[in-house]
Every structure is written in C-alpha cells, then in structure tokens.
Design a protein around this ligand. Sequence first.
Ligand code: ADP
Ligand code: MG
Length: 293
Amino acid sequence: ATPTAIMVGTGVGARHGVLIRNAEVLERARSVATLVVDKTGTLTEGKPVVTDVLVEENKDETVLLTLAAALERGSEHPLARAILKKAEDSAAPVSQVEDFETIPGKGVTGRIDGRVVSLGSPAWLAEIAVPASAPLAARAEAAQAQGKTVVGLAVEGRVAGYVAIADRIRETSIEAVRVLQEAGVEVVMLTGDNRHTAAAIAGQAGITRFAAEVLPQNKAEEVRRLQGEGHVVGMAGDGINDAPALAQADVSFAIGGGSDVAIEAADVVLVRNDLRGVPTAIGLSRATLAKIR
Ligand code: ADP
Ligand code: MG
C-alpha cells in the first residue's frame, strides 16, 4: 500500500477508537481468516455480578459468602471483585486467611480458623473434594445453563455451596461476530470457564466453535493449533490470562480496558472496549489494499 493509503487507513481507524500499531499490521489484518476471542472481559462486559448464593437446605448463605470473600481478598481475578462486592453489600465480617494460594485457571485456597477452604471451578473441586448433594449440584448446573459462571466453595474437602456470577455479553460483541462471519472470518471462543457457561455465552454471541476449561497456559497452544490448520489467526483478548495467546496470534487485538501489558504489546488496541473494532480494522486493511490495485 502507498504511504498515503496507510495514513488514511490508520487515521480512519483512530477516529473509530481502533489504534493500529503500524503499516505492517494494517497490511496483515486483511488476511485474518480465524479470530479467536476470549470470553470474560472480551465478549462479555468483564463486570461480573453475584446473582445467587446456593447452599444446602438449612445452611446460612452469609457464612458461605464470608468464607468466599475472605479467600478472594488475596485475588485479583474479576470474579474476586464480584464476590467481595457482594460480601460488602451484606456486611459480612471478613476472616483471616493463612497459607493463601492462587491456582491459575482453577481458583484460590487457604486456611480459615484452622480449616482448609477452597473456592474455584466445579471441575477443580471435583478433583479435590466430596461433591455437594444432588439437588444443590443441579441448582448450580441450572445457573450455568443460563450462562452464569458458578464457583464452588469446599470446606475441609467437602463442597458446601456455590456462588453464581453473571457477566453480561456486550451487545457490540454480538454485532461484531455477525459482521466478521459475513466477511468470511471464522470466530472461535476460548475460555477457562466450564462448558455449560461457555455454550450459553457462545450461543448468545452466535459462535458455534468454542473450547471451554482451557487453562491460561493452554490458550496460546490453542492459537498455535489453529495456525497449524493453515489459517492466519487473529486473537482478541483483555490480557487477563490470555497474554501469551495474544502474543502467539498473527494479529493481536487488545481490549482497551484490559491489562497494560496486553495494550503495550498489541498490534491493534480497541480503545472503546468494542469488539466491532476488529471488523473495522480488517475492513480498513482490505480497503487499503483495494486502493493500490
Ligand atoms: P476466563 O478464561 O473466563 O478468563 P480463568 O482462566 O481466569 O477464566 O478461570 C477459569 C475458572 O477458574 C473460572 O471460571 C473459575 O471457575 C475459576 N477461578 C479462577 N480464579 C478464580 C478465583 N480467584 N476465584 C474463584 N474462581 C476462580
Ligand atoms: Mg479473560
């Protein structure tokens, strides 16, 4: 492309809140055939809110929430923020945690009043704890089927209850996926969340290909696998847990509200947290090419 075409392309992008790093990125973007998107914070608003606290009959929700909040004080995960906010609202007292540990992509654990307490994904809890009663587990699954993220709390190796958290899909994400698909780009969703929640959110977004329960370290591998299918792969993420995958992609799109590291390294920054910036960038790239033909 000519220098003028590139200046025009990047200029138009900037006016739409789409910051394209350089001329090379503008040229490469047109070849993206597959776009990998992260779920949390990218397709969704990334502002999770606790909707339900699920406990066994005759048990106290506040006790569960108190233990969950105590653990989450040591975490920077978006889910932690939601749980702390909810505990604040209910004015539950906060306990001290010893031996706190974060297990990326799984959850958090520690010792409270001498008891080992773990909070995290149901899949992880299934490995380390005795399940909740069938009726309670069924309520947790029903929340997941609605697209909510459900985390479980285990006390001394037994699942005591669940916290259901909703993170709404951005309306702009739905439109972005549709426009990309119309432009011939396949959209693939990756998430560390469980498959029920993943299926619900993918369905709302119009995405049919997705992978759930992907550990942070395996997201980059998924991108590599798609590249192995011979496609130029773009990746849109917020940099929280997906920075290596963004780095692996041929063209990386960072959500502006995401992590600073991701924004600094990204090929394209979506300043307005709006996934429609991806088809905008690809469209500008294609238009820039058209001008020199
Ligand atoms: P995502 O890919 O959606 O950003 P993560 O890889 O960060 O998800 O986490 C995957 C799952 O691990 C979460 O859905 C949750 O079940 C569990 N998890 C991770 N960190 C925490 C935490 N601090 N508190 C509770 N659950 C957590
Ligand atoms: Mg994420």
